[in-house]
Write a protein that binds this ligand. Structure first.
Ligand SMILES: [Zn+2]
Length: 139
């Protein structure tokens, strides 16, 4: 068979609509191999629904890896910005993991402020004092 522009457009339309290769082939009266081959040549084969695609899986894996690496970096950044801040609620200094964290873990209690490492027990250095600190004394 010959892929005329009309046939190609019709096939692409069916493909975009989400039809599988066999369904497209049946509707157009051609073979599945012809549809798949054409899609592949047009570079749209990876959009094929319901068919495992190693290239796409690899791409998604890479995206996920990137996200994990970014989250790791963010966590490191948060840890590196750990500093003593005054709790807005009880006015007691506490170790805050980032500048927006202004309420100590104790005041947050069981309330959900989102999952955060600050919810985990934190070992305080011996230099740490739980005495109230004036907001101007620390950053
Ligand atoms: Zn507090």
């Amino acid at each position: 068979m010959k892929w005329t522009p009309d046939l190609t457009q019709r096939m692409l339309r069916l493909h975009r609509t989400g039809f599988s290769y066999p369904a497209i082939a049946a509707q157009m009266g051609i073979t599945e191999g012809q549809v798949e081959g054409k899609c592949h040549r047009l570079g749209v084969s990876r959009e094929s629904p319901g068919r495992p695609n190693p290239a796409l899986a690899k791409q998604r894996y890479a995206v996920r890896k990137n996200r994990e690496a970014r989250d790791d970096k963010r966590r490191d950044l948060r840890l590196s910005s750990l500093s003593k801040r005054v709790c807005l609620a009880c006015k007691v200094a506490f170790w805050s993991e980032w500048f927006g964290n202004r309420v100590c873990a104790r005041c947050r209690g069981q309330e959900s402020w989102g999952t955060s490492m600050a919810d985990e027990p934190l070992t305080l250095p011996s230099s740490f004092s739980a005495e109230p600190v004036k907001p101007g004394e620390i950053s």
